[in-house]
Design a protein around this ligand. Structure first.
Ligand code: 9MR
Length: 335
C-alpha cells in the first residue's frame, strides 16, 4: 500500500483552500492533458476560483487551416470548471506570436483579411458567450524596448488599427464581457510600460472598449524590489481593473542556469510577498483577479520547454503537491 504522505493528496489536504484567504478571484492556468491527473484535478478544484486555458483557447489550437474553428479541448476545460463552480478566463484572441495558414493566405487582400479577422474574433467570442468572465483580446502588443508596437501579421495588414478593430469586434460580439489588454515585462522595462500606457490612453481617448489591464508578471527572483509595486500603481492610475495574469517567479533565470538556487530563495519569497501586498492594496473595484501560471513546479512552462539539468521552482506547490514556503509566504501576505 502507498504511504499516504507519498501520494501528495495528503500533502495538501490539511491546508485551507488558498482562495479562502482572499476576496478577489484566484486563478490558475490549465490544459486538458492535466485533467487526467487526480491530484492536479482535486487541488485545482480546491484552491482556485478561475481557470485560464494555458494554450487551448489560443489560435494555435482553435483555428484550422481552412478557417474553421475547433473547440473540443477548450470546451472540456469549460465543462470541468463549471462542475467545480469556477469561472473561465479567455486567453487569448489576437497574439503577435500566432497567426496561421488561414490568415497567411489572405494577407494580400486587406478587405478579405479584415472580414476574416473580425469573423475569428466574433466566432470565438460567440462560442464562449456567457461561459467566460473576460478575454485577453490582444496579447503582448508592445516591443520590449518600448519603441513601438510589435511587428506582426495583424499590424502588417491592418496597421496599428488592428488593436482597436479587435476590441470593437469583441465588444460587438459580447457587450457584457470584460476585455483585457495583456503584456509582460512591464515591471522590467519602464520604457515598455510607458508605451503600454500610451496605447491604453489612446484607446480610452478613442472610446475603444477596454476594461482591464493584464500584467503577466513572469519574473525572475533577482528582479529589483519595488518594480512590481510601481507597475501595479501606474497601471491602476488609469482607473481600469488590473489582472495580475500569469504570476511565476523563476529561480533558474535569476541563477543564470547555475545549479545553486540557495541565494535566490529569500528574494523569491520577498517578491511574491510584494506582488501579493501590492495587489491586495488596490481598491476592491480594481481587483479583477490574480492568476498563477501553473500548479506544481513540474507543471510550469519553464520545466516543459527548457528543463535542463535542474528543473526550475517558480510556483507555489512542489512536485508532490505540498505548499512550499513560497506558497505560505504568498498566503500570509494576502491575508
Ligand atoms: O505556458 C504556455 C505554454 O504551455 C505554451 O506552449 C505557450 C504557447 O502557447 O504559451 C505559454 O504561455 C504564455 C502565455 O500564453 C502568454 N505569456 C507568456 C506565457 C509563457 O510563455
Amino acid at each position: 500500500m502507498l504511504n499516504a504522505c507519498t501520494t501528495g493528496e495528503a500533502a495538501t489536504s490539511n491546508i485551507a483552500p488558498l482562495k479562502s484567504h482572499i476576496d478577489f478571484p484566484l486563478g490558475i492556468c490549465a490544459m486538458t492533458a492535466q485533467m487526467d491527473d487526480p491530484q492536479w484535478k482535486s487541488m485545482v478544484a480546491t484552491h482556485f476560483d478561475r481557470i485560464t486555458p494555458e494554450w487551448e483557447m489560443k489560435m494555435e489550437y482553435i483555428l484550422q487551416p481552412d478557417g474553421s474553428l475547433r473547440f473540443d479541448a477548450p470546451d472540456r476545460i469549460v465543462r470541468q470548471a463549471r462542475l467545480n463552480r469556477q469561472t473561465v478566463f479567455g486567453h487569448t484572441l489576437i497574439w503577435y506570436a500566432q497567426d496561421g495558414e488561414h490568415f497567411q493566405k489572405l494577407k494580400g487582400d486587406r478587405a478579405e483579411f479584415e472580414i476574416a479577422y473580425r469573423a475569428y474574433i466574433s466566432g470565438v467570442m460567440n462560442h464562449y458567450k456567457g461561459h467566460v468572465d473576460g478575454w485577453d483580446v490582444v496579447n503582448e502588443p508592445i516591443r520590449d524596448d518600448g519603441s513601438d508596437l510589435r511587428d506582426c501579421l495583424w499590424r502588417e495588414v491592418l496597421g496599428d488599427a488592428y488593436i482597436d478593430i479587435a476590441y470593437r469586434a469583441a465588444h460587438e460580439a459580447d457587450p457584457a464581457c470584460p476585455l483585457v489588454l495583456n503584456d509582460y515585462n512591464l515591471e522590467y522595462y519602464p520604457a515598455k510600460r510607458k508605451r503600454f500606457l500610451q496605447l491604453v490612453e489612446g484607446m480610452m481617448t478613442r472610446g475603444t472598449p477596454l476594461h482591464v489591464l493584464g500584467t503577466q508578471t513572469h519574473i525572475a527572483a533577482d528582479l529589483p524590489r519595488g518594480a512590481i509595486t510601481q507597475t501595479i500603481r501606474e497601471l491602476a492610475a488609469t482607473g481600469l481593473k488590473i489582472h495580475l495574469s500569469e504570476l511565476d517567479i523563476s529561480l533558474k533565470e535569476a541563477a543564470k542556469n547555475a545549479l545553486d538556487f540557495r541565494n535566490y530563495r529569500d528574494a523569491q519569497r520577498a517578491l511574491i510577498e510584494e506582488a501579493a501586498e501590492a495587489y491586495a492594496a488596490l481598491p476592491s473595484g480594481q481587483r479583477f483577479g490574480l492568476t498563477i501560471w501553473g500548479l506544481r513546479d513540474k507543471d510550469s512552462w519553464y520545466n516543459r520547454e527548457n528543463r535542463g539539468v535542474r528543473p526550475d521552482e517558480p510556483l507555489l506547490f512542489d512536485d508532490k503537491g505540498a505548499l512550499k514556503p513560497l506558497g505560505q509566504a504568498f498566503v500570509k501576505a494576502l491575508g
